[in-house]
Design a protein around this ligand. Sequence first.
Ligand SMILES: *Cc1c(COP(=O)(O)O)cnc(C)c1O
Length: 364
Amino acid sequence: MNAPQPKPWVMAIAPYVPGRSTVEGDTPVIKLSSNENPLGTSPEAVAAFTRHAGDLARYPDAGAGLLREAIAAHHDLDPARVIYGTGSDEVLHLVAGAYAGPGDEVIQVRYGFAVYEIATRRVGATLVVADDRDYATDVDAILAAVTERTRVVFVANPNNPTGTFTPKAEIARLHASLPPQVMLVLDQAYAEYLAPEDDDGGLELARTAPNVIVTRTFSKIHGLAAERIGWGYGSAEAIAAMHRIRAPFCCTTAGQEAAIAALAAADFIAASRAHNRLWRGWFADEIAKLGNAGLRAVPSEANFLLVLFDGAVTAETAYKALLARGYIVRWLPGQGLANGLRMTIGTEAETRGLAAALREIVGA
Ligand SMILES: *Cc1c(COP(=O)(O)O)cnc(C)c1O
């Protein structure tokens, strides 16, 4: 060894590939690849951000005190047990860092969120993949994958990139059947898109169980993806452990203020949810009409649809043909989804345009 060597588990990480945001030439770009809010950001959050845009010289509140209090008040939680991060991505990394290392196993579902694998490998732990059930989370498969080395189970609900939802009773059964030394991470990045009665019970579990951490984000329905703010909730012990390994300052001052305002923007959140419901349903119907061409949409409770291509036109062909028309969606061959495209629900015009482009591409 005549040069510094990165750790082998680091070199085993396939780098995260972000959703594309450009196309060739000067075709106008319609970005439907990162599950961002097509309605943008609430006016309340933009106003709060703007009020603090000049507050640049001072470090932000390292404890994000006001933000934690606002989150706690909104969800009826203990502010001391709220942890925040540079997106919920950082919180996911903190869980892996605090609870897993070389020799330990971390479970995720097949077609899980790409960050889980990176967070697992980064700390030298071993990723174990539990089989899906028709693209959805299979609680029995997760339980069957548990060994005495299992330390963390990551479940996104709704799941990304499939959009599938695991009901409350199944989450409760998963938690009740896991050994007590396993930390169950319920990643609720899309929870605000659910109807209130579809709550998966995650926060309720995290209030009392020592081995549950729920994560949430301001990047999706709140439309603050550029500011990188996420949070998590768990036991006082878990939160204290995660605090030990975090970077001291993560969220900008203006970002924290915008997030506080975003939480209170009830009308914007409701409008975003209603828009998503309407156009996700409409788009799923359009995909169903292309069944003859081998297209099928996986049932989704999130702000995107995973469309499977099992006909003459492959997902790769459709991906490239959509790109040529300016539509950027997500093709995920690296995650075992060479036959699928994940498409974010955009504005009405974007969604109608995407459906028309797909019809044209498959020749329907
Ligand atoms: C988008 C997303 C996140 C969060 O992203 P941040 O922007 O880092 O908060 C977390 N989990 C899943 C499943 C996601 O799709």
